[in-house]
Design a protein around this ligand. Structure first.
Ligand SMILES: O=C(O)CCc1cccc(O)c1O
Ligand SMILES: [Fe+2]
Length: 315
């Protein structure tokens, strides 16, 4: 058994907005580092922790986290669509294991996922079906949010499962999202009646026209943001660096004290995507002491993201 970790920010704007060449080159170096690491490690199985942006999960029922026994990518922003290769029985075993550790997993027998879940697989492998994958959704955009302690415990449960039940496997855990950012994802608290309907489930399976309109809104917000028009909350590089520092120490306990409201205030509505990183690091930490082998960070307004990539492995 062994476990390794890759966390990366995602942004659907990678293909739609053009940062300066030097920035793009840096991001490409970071992606290449992740690809090279994963190629060398060559995992048998991926545990993929990702958020959703009102494509698969809505306010009719919004779980704090959920595991998919099957998963289908919706293909937003030109990402790869279609079924992931989920080992269903293993997903059920992991669920059972977590339930017995007092983690009340929600299950989906057919989970829909968006760019937030699949972009790292696409960047690393060029194919979201390249490896068997256990898809775990963590709510990162829809308040109320479960305390960070629960996210750590979820991650620790996943790590313990890897240790106990996947003794003969090489496992890669991916955390997708973050860091500080506030893209124009609608908020229930400020939603018009029409937007509220869409957050309640009306936004599922959009028509191509509605999908395009939704994406164009995000793309034009990114262009404005990059031009210095503060259409969205500024990025918070200090907050991002502090989180990355804590994750690298191996002691995640300081994060338990973070309040979701304060995260939103300081680092933006979508900063909760770092929950995917926290769960992934907590999993790795349970398997053994780790080192962060690679770490990239840069605030990139064109992508509306405090943009980070990290790779960590057991000592
Ligand atoms: O689907 C959407 O509208 C949100 C898109 C989006 C934009 C920037 C950074 C992200 O992490 C992100 O997910
Ligand atoms: Fe996102």
């Amino acid at each position: 058994m062994t476990l390794a970790l890759v966390t990366m920010s995602h942004s659907p704007l990678l293909e739609f907005v053009d940062p300066p060449a030097e920035v793009k080159a840096q991001v490409e170096v970071a992606f290449e580092a992740a690809r090279a690491f994963v190629k060398d490690y060559d995992p048998d199985l991926v545990i993929n922790i990702g958020p959703d942006h009102y494509n698969g999960f809505f306010y009719d029922i919004m779980p704090p986290f959920c595991i998919g026994y099957e998963a289908v990518a919706i293909g937003d922003f030109g990402t790869q669509a279609g079924a992931l290769d989920v080992p269903k029985e293993l997903a059920a075993e992991l669920t059972d294991y977590l339930m017995h550790r007092d983690i009340d997993m929600t299950v989906s027998l057919r989970m829909e996922v968006d760019h937030g879940a699949v972009q790292p697989m696409e960047i690393i492998y060029g194919d979201i079906t390249a490896k068997p994958i256990l898809p775990i959704f963590v709510n990162s955009v829809a308040p109320p949010f479960t305390p960070l302690r629960r996210i750590r415990q979820l991650g620790e449960g996943i790590g313990a499962f890897v240790k106990e039940h996947l003794a003969d496997k090489k496992v890669l855990i991916i955390g997708s999202g973050g860091l500080s950012h506030e893209p124009p994802v609608p908020q229930i608290a400020t939603a018009t009646p029409e937007v509220r309907q869409s957050l309640l489930g009306g936004g599922r399976h959009l028509t191509p026209e509605a999908r395009d309109a939704r994406q164009q809104r995000v793309i034009s917000a990114a262009k404005d943001f990059a031009a210095g028009i503060n259409v969205v909350k500024p990025l918070a590089p200090e907050w991002d660096r502090e989180l990355m520092r804590i994750l690298a120490t191996g002691d995640l306990s300081p994060i338990d004290e973070w309040s979701p409201d304060e995260m939103t205030e300081v680092a933006g509505n979508s900063s909760h995507e770092v929950r995917t990183w926290i769960a992934a690091y907590a999993a790795l930490g349970v398997v053994g002491e780790y080192t962060v082998d690679y770490s990239f960070y840069r605030p990139i307004p064109e992508y509306i993201a405090g943009f980070g990539v990290t790779i960590a492995s057991l000592k």
